[in-house]
Design a protein around this ligand. Structure first.
Ligand SMILES: NC(=O)C1=CN([C@@H]2O[C@H](COP(=O)(O)OP(=O)(O)OC[C@H]3O[C@@H](n4cnc5c(N)ncnc54)[C@H](OP(=O)(O)O)[C@@H]3O)[C@@H](O)[C@H]2O)C=CC1
Ligand SMILES: O=C(O)C1=N[C@H](C(=O)O)C[C@H](O)C1
Length: 268
């Protein structure tokens, strides 16, 4: 039985992941924690999630207090928090699954460096099966359609999302850029005013924020006389949570290093 520690237990993803753990064989909820000062601290997880039966797991206020209770830490919180958790975990070597987005390049590089030295990590901006297949489709479409086709990415999320563009949109742009031999300097995040004609060497990334949209990504290829649009729509956070639980079961016992959902899903 894999014992999981869930960070951000009261959050949209943390709570959905806990529900999925409670319904999945082979994994159990060993501990849960929240930001110090969160109203969830000190409550049974069942109270936080609105479940009828108590779980016996009380929400704590730091990873340090619970880290020895489990084999894997599942972290969908905030960029600075996930980095702090990875730094602490470097002393313990527990497996980690990080789904948080919004890292600076330096923060992500430090997390990857810590993982290569100290613990196995699955880090992915999107844990859904569909998006991980979309990465492959975008790579193929970019190569087959060639540079006559302009690439634009549009993402839409709920009004409470803190970072923009989404981590997934950035990852999709990276896949397309790599397939063209370009780098991040080709990314164009918004347009306003007299921007002039669109340069060829550009991947547009546009952000929508509205209502309760769970997560939608479209990659548009527009070329001579035709346009191809590849769209993924997540209908519920369960799709990400199922991926996170699958990643947690997969990563325990692996060698220190950085893995992604393509590894977990066998898409490489
Ligand atoms: N990889 C994927 O498939 C997916 C990734 N995400 C990403 O996951 C992250 C979380 O998203 P979401 O659940 O919607 O956000 P929420 O804000 O709902 O949840 C984050 C939770 O983490 C808590 N938190 C913040 N700091 C700490 C800390 N130091 N220790 C413990 N808990 C902490 C927050 O508390 P408080 O609110 O009090 O600050 C909050 O409860 C985002 O970066 C999002 O982009 C989301 C969906 C899918
Ligand atoms: O914050 C969210 O909700 C989501 N964030 C992830 C991202 O930034 O890519 C993934 C998903 O689309 C939901």
């Amino acid at each position: 039985m894999v014992r999981a520690i869930v960070a951000g237990a009261a959050g949209r993803m943390g709570s959905t992941i806990i529900r999925n753990i409670l319904q999945t064989e082979g994994i159990e909820l060993a501990a849960a924690f929240e930001r110090p000062g969160s109203p969830a601290v000190g409550q049974d997880v069942a109270e936080v999630l609105g479940l009828s039966e108590r779980t016996g797991v009380v929400v704590e206020d730091s990873l340090e207090k619970v880290i020895e209770r489990g084999e894997v830490i599942i972290d969908f919180t905030f960029h600075e928090a996930s980095l702090a958790h990875a730094r602490l975990n470097a002393r313990y070597g527990k497996a980690m699954v990080i789904g948080t987005t919004g890292f600076t390049k330096e923060e992500l590089a430090e997390i990857h460096d810590l993982a290569r030295k100290h613990f196995p990590l699955v880090q992915a901006y999107n844990m859904s099966l569909g998006i991980n297949l979309l990465y492959r489709l975008v790579e193929l479409a970019t190569r087959v359609l060639g540079e006559d086709f302009d690439i634009e990415i549009v993402e839409a999320h709920h009004r409470l999302k803190k970072d923009a563009p989404s981590g997934t949109a950035l990852a999709l742009a990276q896949v397309a850029a790599r397939a063209r031999g370009w780098d991040d300097s080709s990314f164009r995040f918004c347009r306003e005013g007299l921007v002039g004609e669109r340069p060829r060497r550009e991947i547009g990334i546009q952000t929508l924020r509205a209502g309760e949209i769970v997560g939608e990504h479209t990659v548009l290829f527009a070329g001579p006389g035709e346009r191809l649009e590849l769209t993924h729509r997540a209908a519920s956070r369960d799709t990400f949570a199922r991926g996170a639980v699958r990643a947690a079961l997969w990563v325990v016992g692996r060698a220190p290093g950085v893995y992604d959902m393509q590894d977990v899903l066998g898409l490489k």
